[in-house]
Design a protein around this ligand. Structure first.
Ligand code: G6P
Length: 610
């Protein structure tokens, strides 16, 4: 999704802006640009494609200047090309924007009627033109931005400069992330703390509807009505090291291998020998959880799959009804909310537009409380939730989510156990489940040891166009996640089915050219799954089976080398553990197919527009 960096400094800012954009590349984008003020002029460079292509153009003809804005664009209105790339310039004003302006067509028509000729197809140019009009009518940059954003419907994070007001950048946000980086004699704006990690670790998170003006020595926040507002400065925990790729070939590979550490951090000081520690979801969190009679879990993408696993867990162990829904559906339908239902938002970034909007919508729907399970402490989802449990995965750069998912499962495991204990789960069973969860980092480590065999297995997929993933019970969402990983980064069409549903349709697709990946931990459903695998074998489908050491009876189901077994650590944590080989499989298939593993085409890391 679009990324923003802006700076006011004594030194030349273009190199800082480019470094910031590189740190935001993980968000996914298809063009990049920057603009810097020179006395009496706006200098701009833009390019379709990667930041390094824009950088090469800049280096061919560099320009000095201490006030600038920069952007990576993920196309929404208008194709990805240079003309639509940001910054947009109209008259005296240059602007970068992340978000979607919903009333842009109407505003565009009004501007056209007043004689404005548009150079691009973007909603962003509309905002730029409106601000320019106001400046030309005599308003200062800040007043012009304030007056303009008041007219906008939709979501935006913007950074704006005025040719005739060097030394000032004005930012604004609503429904899309933007923060201030506070330096010494220089100040910055960025989409996240990572963009600014090379220049400062002091950050100010802006509230919804805030407008901010930065100069070299000052940061002043305003509310939408123009009144000055105070916002606290925080030390960001994001470190430059955490976003280094180190010895790994891709961020995704690094993040897969960070999972034992990330899960251990997520569990640390939250579970002990006697179970889940008190109030880990926030002050008085346990008292709220004790009242819960049901849960609605809302999320998108991989986070949604984590929610699906939690449904199996919570219904089995806590005996509470759980519904799980993607945020873009939930927010626009009239869900029935029984009394004392807990709203749970799961989000790695905490800025996903649909998840955030669903959470806001939930506040009107009479829930008992909202709980955020999230990886970014200062994100909007966390700030707006009543209860929160942070996953401690650290920055996740690869667009395809890996460690965020397993840490979400660790967090949801804690939630399950707490709810289950409060509802009278047998103490011995409770402690056994706690022990399994505490063992998760080790179990993931064992699964990671399979990498060499999985890298070999991956060769079977290079020339395939389709793949099927099967699982049952809490491992059905694992199959969904495995299929999602494969399609996201290798561009192979992959679908997941609950294995019992195979004969109701997908079996028609099975022949020798269809690899079928089965998630087969031992447990009560294994015998059922085996019958489903027989159905595949009988049609000549190529089976690839991930089993645990207890499931030796699966020998002979797959060809030599296509069945891998390992110690899963128990049925409760199996979904988290079995996800790991599927992540590795998708990763190695993508590497063999030569795709852009960390930034797959058309996808964004943090989807901050609807
Ligand atoms: C995008 C990302 C996915 C992620 C989803 C939800 O689609 O590419 O990896 O699972 O958004 O993001 P969130 O930050 O809310 O978990």
């Amino acid at each position: 999704m679009c990324g923003i960096v802006a700076a006011v400094a004594q030194r030349d800012v273009a190199p800082l802006l480019i470094a910031g954009l590189k740190a935001l590349e993980y968000r996914g984008y298809d063009s990049a640009g920057l603009a810097v003020l020179e006395p009496g002029a706006i200098r701009r460079v833009r390019a379709k494609g990667k930041v390094r292509e824009m950088e090469a153009r800049y280096l061919a003809e560099p320009f000095p200047g201490g006030t600038g804005i920069a952007h990576t664009r993920w196309a929404t209105h208008g194709v990805p090309n240079e003309v639509n790339a940001h910054p947009h310039v109209v008259g005296r004003v240059a602007l970068v924007h992340n978000g979607i302006i919903e009333n842009y067509a109407e505003l565009r028509r009004a501007l056209q009627a007043r004689g404005h000729q548009f150079a691009s197809e973007t909603d962003t140019e509309v905002m730029t033109a409106l601000i320019n009009e106001r400046i030309e009518a005599g308003l200062g940059l800040r007043e012009a931005v304030l007056a303009t954003v008041r007219e906008l419907d939709g979501a935006y994070a913007i950074a704006v400069i005025d040719r005739d007001e060097p030394g000032h950048v004005v930012g604004a946000r609503r429904g899309a992330p933007l923060l201030v980086g506070v330096g010494i004699g220089e100040n910055f704006l960025g989409s996240d703390a990572q963009a600014l990690v090379q220049v400062t670790n002091k950050v100010i998170y802006l509230d919804e509807n805030d407008v901010v003006e930065i100069t070299r020595d000052q940061v002043q926040v305003y509310t939408l009505d123009g009144a000055p507002a105070e916002r606290a400065t925080h030390e960001s925990e994001v470190s430059a090291d955490a976003v280094e790729r180190g010895e790994y070939r891709h961020y995704m590979q690094k993040e897969i291998f960070e999972q034992p550490r990330a899960v251990a951090d997520t569990l640390e000081a939250r579970i002990g020998p006697h179970g889940v520690l008190p109030n880990i979801f926030g002050v008085a969190g346990d008292a709220v959880l004790a009242k819960v009679k049901g849960l609605h879990i809302i999320a998108c993408g991989t986070s949604y799959h984590a929610g699906l696993v939690a449904k199996y867990w919570i219904e089995q162990h806590a005996r509470l009804p759980v519904s799980v829904e993607v945020a873009s559906e939930y927010r626009y339908r009239e869900a029935v909310v029984p009394e004392d239902t807990l709203f749970v938002a799961i989000s790695q970034s905490g800025e996903t537009a649909d998840t955030l909007a669903a959470m806001r919508e939930s506040k009107q729907r009479g829930y008992l409380a909202t709980l955020a399970i999230c990886n970014v402490p200062e994100s909007s989802v966390v700030r707006e939730a009543d209860l929160k449990l942070m996953t401690r995965a650290g920055p996740e750069i690869g667009v395809a989510s890996t460690k965020a998912f397993t840490t979400q499962l660790a967090a949801l495991g804690l939630l399950t156990l707490q709810l289950a204990r409060q509802r009278g789960l047998d103490e011995a069973r409770y402690l056994a489940l706690c022990e399994q969860l505490a063992h998760l980092p080790r179990a993931i480590e064992d699964a990671l040891a399979l990498e060499p065999q999985i890298a070999e297995l991956a060769a079977r997929f290079i020339h395939r166009q389709h793949a099927l993933f099967l699982g049952r019970g809490a491992n059905y969402p694992v199959a969904l996640e495995g299929a999602l990983k494969l399609k996201e980064i290798s561009y192979i069409h992959a679908e997941a089915y609950p294995a019992g549903e195979l004969k109701h349709g997908p079996l028609a697709l099975v022949d020798e050219s269809m690899p079928v990946v089965a998630v087969a931990p031992s447990g009560p459903l294994l015998e059922k799954l085996k019958s489903n695998l027989q159905e595949v074998r009988a049609r000549g489908g190529e089976l690839i089976v991930f089993a645990d050491d207890g499931a030796t009876s699966l020998d002979g189901y797959a060809a030599k080398g296509a069945a891998l077994s390992f110690e899963s650590g128990g049925d409760f944590i199996a979904p988290a553990v079995f996800t790991v080989p599927l992540q590795l499989l998708a990763y190695h298939v993508a590497v063999l197919r030569g795709t852009d593993v960390d930034q797959p085409r058309n996808l964004a890391k943090s989807v901050t527009v609807e």
